[in-house]
Design a protein around this ligand. Structure first.
Ligand code: HEM
Length: 145
C-alpha cells in the first residue's frame, strides 16, 4: 500500500510541476500579445484550463498523498515527521504552494486584461519552481538529515 501511494504521490508531483513550469512561460508570451487580440484570448483559455484542469487538482493530490506518506513513515508514533528532511521539505513545499497562489492571482489579472508585470518579471518567476523542485527532490530522495 505504502509504495502504491508513493507512486501516485510522484505522479501527482510531476503533473503539478509540469504546470508550474509551463504557466509562467505562457505568461511570458501572453505579455507580448496585444490586449483584445485573438492570441491574447487564446492564452486566457489555455491558462484557465491549465490551472483548473491540471495544476490545482495535482497540488491537492500531492499534498494529500504526501501527508499520508508522512504519517506512515518509520517512526511508529510520528511517522516521517520525526525526521529533519521532512520539516525542511515542508517549508519549501509551502513556498511552492504560495507561488501557486500568486500564479493563480496573476492569471485573474491577465483574464481581466490588467496584468501589471513585465515579460522579464515572468522569466525570473519561471526559474523559482525549478530551484525549489531540485532542492525538494534532493531532500526527499537523499534525506541528508
Ligand atoms: C505537499 C506536501 C508533501 C509532503 C507532505 C510530502 C511527503 C513525502 C513523504 C513522506 C515521502 C516518502 C519518503 C520515503 O518513503 O522515502 C515523499 C516522497 C517523495 N516526494 Fe514528497 N511530499 C510533498 C510534496 C512533494 C513535492 C512538491 C515534491 C517534488 C517537487 C516531492 C517529491 C517527492 C519524491 C521524489 C519522493 C520519493 C522519495 C523516495 O522514495 O526516495 N514531494 N514525500
Amino acid at each position: 500500500m505504502y509504495l502504491w501511494i508513493k507512486a501516485f504521490h510522484i505522479i501527482a508531483v510531476i503533473a503539478w510541476m509540469a504546470g508550474m513550469l509551463y504557466l509562467p512561460r505562457l505568461y511570458v508570451y501572453h505579455c507580448a500579445a496585444e490586449k483584445g487580440s485573438v492570441q491574447s484570448e487564446t492564452f486566457k483559455v489555455m491558462e484557465r484550463r491549465l490551472l483548473r484542469g491540471i495544476i490545482n487538482p495535482a497540488m491537492v493530490a500531492t499534498w494529500l498523498l504526501g501527508l499520508w506518506l508522512a504519517w506512515h513513515g518509520p517512526d511508529s508514533r510520528y511517522g516521517w515527521f520525526a525526521s529533519g528532511w521532512l520539516g525542511a521539505k515542508l517549508v519549501l513545499v509551502i513556498a511552492l504552494s504560495a507561488l501557486h497562489g500568486l500564479l493563480a492571482k496573476w492569471r485573474k489579472d491577465f483574464a481581466a486584461d490588467s496584468n501589471r508585470h513585465s515579460q522579464r518579471f515572468y522569466r525570473i518567476i519561471n526559474e523559482v519552481p525549478t530551484v525549489l523542485l531540485i532542492v525538494i527532490v534532493i531532500l526527499a530522495v537523499v534525506k541528508p538529515f
